[in-house]
Write a protein that binds this ligand. Structure first.
Ligand SMILES: Cc1ncc(COP(=O)(O)OP(=O)(O)O)c(N)n1
Ligand SMILES: Cc1nc(C(=O)O)sc1CCOP(=O)(O)O
Ligand SMILES: [Mg+2]
Length: 207
């Protein structure tokens, strides 16, 4: 499955609940989402595997890959296309060994020191953030701003996707900072029209 980081939707249990997880994701993909991450901190493994399988079926034929947040066992059992882990979510080399060479593996990075320590050969992309403070992740690190994002992106040995408080109006500055794309939760999930919300990122208004 090709990796397109342009518009990366990260799901949220509560925000997707109103319209349904699968319906929200399908609408967002119609609007231009290029990659999807299933993120649910409260679901059991069994529940998450079921959600992942339903999402994978819904994404069939779209060319959009499905990534699982945090849980290697769920990624392996569900037939998802990959895994996203943070600095405290386990060992990158072990995850790569378990997933095999073709799966997508992403890692969150917040600092230059973390960048210097990582092994790029085991990874496909980096999540760089947060750009802004966000209520979607209560334990997030110190916001980078676009200046901090640009410093990380310039030093990154891998394609980076920016995350944290990003809205459609941030497409241009995010790209100018050197990120290949934007990862978002609340600007798409939980909006009345996830398709239109995604489209706003792919066709930002002219100034
Ligand atoms: C694309 C992307 N980037 C960063 C994160 C954050 O991962 P992590 O630091 O492990 O935090 P949680 O998402 O697990 O709370 C991400 N999920 N996706
Ligand atoms: C899941 C996540 N990770 C972050 C990081 O900085 O690593 S910020 C974040 C939440 C992003 O949600 P929203 O688009 O609603 O701000
Ligand atoms: Mg994590």
């Amino acid at each position: 499955m090709p990796l397109d980081l342009s518009l990366y939707l990260v799901t949220d249990r509560e925000l997707c609940a109103e319209q349904g997880l699968v319906q929200t994701v399908v609408a967002a993909v119609r609007g231009g989402v290029t990659l999807v991450q299933l993120r649910d901190k409260h679901a059991s493994d069994a529940e998450l595997i079921d959600q992942a399988r339903r999402l994978k079926a819904a994404l069939a034929g779209t060319g959009v890959a499905l990534i699982i947040n945090d849980r290697l066992e769920v990624a392996l059992a569900s037939g998802a296309d990959g895994l996203h882990i943070g600095q405290d979510d386990g060992d990158v080399a072990q995850a790569r060994a378990a997933l095999g060479p073709h799966a997508i593996l992403g890692l969150s990075v917040q600092t230059r020191e973390q960048l210097a320590r990582l092994d790029p050969s085991a990874l496909n992309y980096l999540g760089l953030g947060p750009v802004f403070a966000t209520p979607s992740k209560r334990d997030h690190a110190e916001p980078l701003g676009f200046e901090g994002l640009a410093e990380l992106a310039a030093a990154s040995p891998l394609p980076g996707v920016a995350i944290g408080g990003l809205k459609a109006e941030h497409v241009l500055p995010t790209r100018q900072a050197g990120a290949q794309g934007l990862a978002v939760i609340s600007a798409i999930c939980g909006t009345p029209d996830p398709e239109a919300a995604a489209r706003a990122f792919t066709r930002p208004p002219r100034h």
